[in-house]
Write a protein that binds this ligand. Structure first.
Ligand code: ADP
Length: 329
């Protein structure tokens, strides 16, 4: 059976970009393929952070993932730092990763320009981030990685790393993992400037209340051509329309398209309908989150069980890797 791996950073709350780009896909895939899902706290520490807050956010991310439909009895759900083999394999992969490939990664260039603009210097961990990601995936010898579009370049690098290691030590040992993209592979932030991202503060959280969501949707950027309510718009360039595609039924999407092009609706009318459909999808997730919050031991037990099962798989890979590399007696 094909094996799937994917990860998410506990650097803030789960937002609708993560949900539509990745997590909703995980929920479906867990029933079809052997799935390993990881809260990648070691990736999150490449940015400045508070230890107590990271601990709390890791628990909160696990709770939200389970509330969103990840079933720890069906898939393996665990925290990255609970399985030490991730960092061991990362070191090994560092030795077969071309430096130039790391330096040309878009995410490194973006994050390092942000980190480097202040007093703080750029940590090497930011450069080596995709090497750890390759280790995460290949430790489980996963063939498929359900991710958003922003991760496609990193996955290409995972394939280079797998190829290089295989060529040097054991032909065909690591599969070359492929991205599984969703129809909503890239959700823009509500400011319309960049992708929705925890680190950019332009998100809608999965657990935000209807009022909080409306407070964000109401001023959200739409087609700039619609200055007045009577100006016709082009839904193809509107972020609100792409969210309709994700949350509204097909007949509503068609209706919205027509109302935008004919200026039948103003943008606020359009946003109100979106708000209703978005809230309808999020309410059951929020209800499950409230139940889980009342039973924190359930989340802790799920993560402990997940780590144990992940470790069993990881140990097998590392034993074979060490053997092929002459690292055993
Ligand atoms: P963030 O960028 O918010 O820190 P992560 O790096 O933890 O999110 O990514 C978790 C998953 O969510 C990845 O598969 C990533 O591709 C996906 N993802 C993140 N942001 C978006 C977005 N705006 N649109 C679609 N998918 C996204």
């Amino acid at each position: 059976m094909a094996r799937v791996f994917s990860g998410i950073q506990p650097s803030g709350e789960l937002h609708i970009g993560n949900y539509l780009g990745a997590v909703k896909n995980w929920v479906a895939i867990q029933h079809q393929m052997q799935s390993v899902f990881c809260i990648v706290n070691l990736h999150a520490i490449t940015q400045a952070y508070e230890p107590a807050q990271l601990r709390e956010r890791t628990q909160a991310m696990a709770l939200t993932l389970i509330a969103a439909g990840i079933d720890p009895a069906t898939c393996i759900l665990f925290v990255q730092s609970d399985v030490a083999e991730h960092t061991e394999l990362q070191w090994i992969f560092n030795t077969v990763t071309p430096l130039g490939e790391l330096e040309r990664q878009t995410q490194f260039k973006e994050k390092s320009s942000r980190a480097g603009s202040g007093e703080v210097s750029i940590p090497a961990g930011l450069l080596n981030y995709p090497v750890l990601q390759a280790a995460d995936i290949l430790l489980y010898r996963a063939d498929n990685v359900p991710v958003g579009e922003d991760q496609v370049q990193h996955l290409e690098l995972s394939r280079v790393i797998a190829r290089n290691w295989n060529a040097r030590f054991k032909a065909g040992y690591f599969p070359e993992p492929q991205a599984l993209l969703t129809p909503t592979r890239r959700i823009m932030g509500l400011d319309g400037q960049a992708k929705m991202s925890k680190s950019l503060g332009n998100t809608v959280g999965l657990l935000e209340s209807p009022d909080e969501i409306w407070a964000k949707l109401r001023p959200a950027v739409t087609d700039p051509a619609r200055v007045k309510k009577t100006d016709p718009g082009n839904p193809e360039v509107c972020n609100i329309f792409s969210l309709h595609r994700a949350f509204s039924p097909a007949e509503t999407v068609t209706h919205v398209d027509a109302q935008c092009r004919s200026a039948g609706w103003g943008c606020v009318d359009c946003k109100k309908v979106l708000h209703g459909n978005m809230v309808a999808e999020l309410v059951p997730i929020q209800a499950r989150a409230a139940e889980l919050r009342a039973e924190p031991k359930r989340v802790a037990a799920a993560l402990a069980g997940g780590a144990e099962r992940a470790r069993e798989l990881a140990k097998v890979t590392m034993r074979e890797v060490r053997d092929h590399m002459g690292l055993t007696a």
